[in-house]
Structures are given as structure tokens and as C-alpha cells.
Design a protein around this ligand. Structure first.
Ligand SMILES: *[C@@H]1O[C@H](CO)[C@@H](O)[C@H](O)[C@H]1NC(C)=O
Ligand SMILES: *[C@@H]1O[C@H](CO)[C@@H](O)[C@H](O)[C@H]1NC(C)=O
Length: 246
């Protein structure tokens, strides 16, 4: 959410009515999240001036770890230098920290491609935004999931009950520090996640949703403490011992 929001902001800056705007002080502390959108706190540290040049060698974009040779345009400006500077800063201050770690496994290659393409400035801001929107579409639509349900058959569903929220085993990237609360596309995906975690014995799909509209599922190490709830369903892992208990 943070990276996509940043890319939308940089897309706006690259095509602003004032020309392509570069952020001069590109530190994470210069940004704030307001209602899920990233905003720049101080536009005084921004410029629309694009570097003037006589030849290509005047147009090197320098960073501590890397330099990029750019072209000098016929009007004597370094082509796209503001957009490229913003994008590489987004890569080094945000993408490298945030993109690799929390996506479902099937979406990780798409994020690696974005990381690689922005890290080498092979993408401009337009392609970067397009690539992010594609990942978001796959994520929201569930198209990244396996087509055939495989995991739900390992569970017994108990309608009219839910588990009590209490401290339980932790997982990453959980939405709650008390236990394992993850966003899922479907009950089937929740079952696949529960199967992949040896502590998990049961789960419920809660009424809460994330910014993408995906519901949060709560995973638990045992289905004790069931309470009646007409709208809920508890899914309990089938195994020799739970079979006996039920
Ligand atoms: C992108 O991938 C190529 C080929 O694997 C690699 O040589 C290059 O270092 C990568 N760039 C970044 C920024 O990760
Ligand atoms: C990027 O998108 C903007 C806005 O849609 C468009 O005006 C511009 O021509 C595009 N630039 C490139 C290099 O495709």
C-alpha cells in the first residue's frame, strides 16, 4: 500500500502542470500517510528545474552506490532526470525494504521484477505504476491462487460458532500482535495458510477487511473456547485427535 501510494504520487509529480517535479530531500520522514495515501509534508524541498546540459556527459545521475548516464536533449536539458531521481530514491528508501517480504509467494516474482527494473532504472514511472497496478489486480481478484480447491477438505466446518480472540501463536505479517491475523482472498486460501503452519489447528474469517477489501482471517493453535455467533463459521483441522474430540 505504501509503495503503490508513493508510485502514484511520483506519477503525479512527473506529469504535474508545472513540469516534472523532483523531491530534493527524499527521506522517509518527509512523507506521511493520510487515509491510506502517502503525502509529502514539505513541498519547499521540491524543484521543477531540470538540469541543463551541452552534451550527454553533463547528464550523469549520481547516487552513493550507483551512477546512471542520461541523454542531453536537443533543448539542452537532461532527459527525464527529475523523474528518474525520484524513482531511484523510491527504490532505495522504500522498495528495497518493503517489497520483498510480505506478498503471497505467487506474487513475489512480480515484485522482484519491479525491484530489479527500478533498481536499474529500466522502468520509468509510467511502467512502474502499470506494474504495480497489475500486481494489485492479481492480488485483489485472487487470480494468483491455484484454480482447484485442495485444502478445504482437510477441515470440518462448524456453523454458528466462532473462537474467542486471545493471545496465541504469532505469524508474519500479522495484523495483530496478539496472534496470527492475515488477509486472505477466500476460505480456501485461509485453509492453505493454516495447512502451511504447524501450530494452526483452526481458523475463522472475520468481518474485518483490509484496504484492498480482503477479509482478515484469524488462525489459532486450538479450537477451544468456542462461543455462539450466528454469522460465523469455525474451520477445524481434521486430524486423528481433533476427530476424537469432536
Ligand atoms: C537485475 O537483474 C540482473 C540479471 O539477473 C542483475 O544482473 C542485476 O544486478 C539486477 N539489478 C538489480 C538492481 O537488482
Ligand atoms: C506517461 O503517462 C503520461 C500520462 O498518462 C503521458 O502523458 C506520457 O506521455 C507517458 N510517458 C511515456 C514515456 O510513456
Amino acid at each position: 500500500q505504501i509503495c503503490l501510494s508513493l508510485v502514484k504520487l511520483l506519477f503525479y509529480l512527473a506529469h504535474s502542470p508545472l513540469g516534472s517535479i523532483v523531491l530534493l530531500d527524499f527521506q522517509p520522514r518527509q512523507f506521511v500517510m493520510v487515509d491510506g495515501n502517502l503525502k509529502v509534508t514539505d513541498m519547499d524541498d521540491a524543484s521543477t528545474e531540470e538540469l541543463s546540459c551541452k552534451e550527454d556527459s553533463d547528464c550523469t545521475l549520481d547516487f552513493p552506490t550507483k551512477s546512471f548516464p542520461l541523454k542531453c536533449s536537443v533543448v539542452g536539458k537532461c532527459e527525464g532526470i527529475n523523474e528518474k531521481k525520484n524513482l531511484f530514491n523510491a527504490y532505495r528508501y522504500f522498495f528495497t525494504y518493503l517489497l520483498p517480504h510480505s506478498a503471497p509467494p505467487a506474487l513475489r516474482p512480480f515484485l522482484s521484477d519491479i525491484l530489479n527494473a527500478t533498481g536499474d532504472l529500466r522502468y520509468g514511472i509510467n511502467e512502474t505504476l502499470k506494474a504495480f497496478e497489475k500486481v494489485l489486480h492479481l492480488y485483489k481478484s485472487g487470480l494468483y491462487l491455484q484454480k482447484r480447491p485442495l485444502h478445504l477438505k482437510d477441515y470440518i466446518s462448524l456453523k454458528g460458532f466462532r473462537t474467542v480472540e486471545r493471545e496465541d501463536y504469532k505469524c508474519w505479517p500479522s495484523y495483530s500482535h496478539l496472534g496470527c491475523l492475515l488477509s486472505v482472498h477466500s476460505t480456501e486460501e485461509a485453509a492453505a495458510i493454516c495447512n502451511s503452519q504447524f501450530q494452526c489447528q483452526s481458523f475463522i474469517i472475520t468481518q474485518r477487511q483490509t484496504w484492498t477489501g480482503r477479509p482478515l482471517a484469524s488462525f489459532q493453535s486450538s479450537p477451544t473456547d468456542l462461543i455462539p455467533d450466528a454469522n460465523a463459521i469455525v474451520y477445524i483441522k481434521r486430524s486423528a485427535s481433533s476427530g476424537e474430540r469432536l
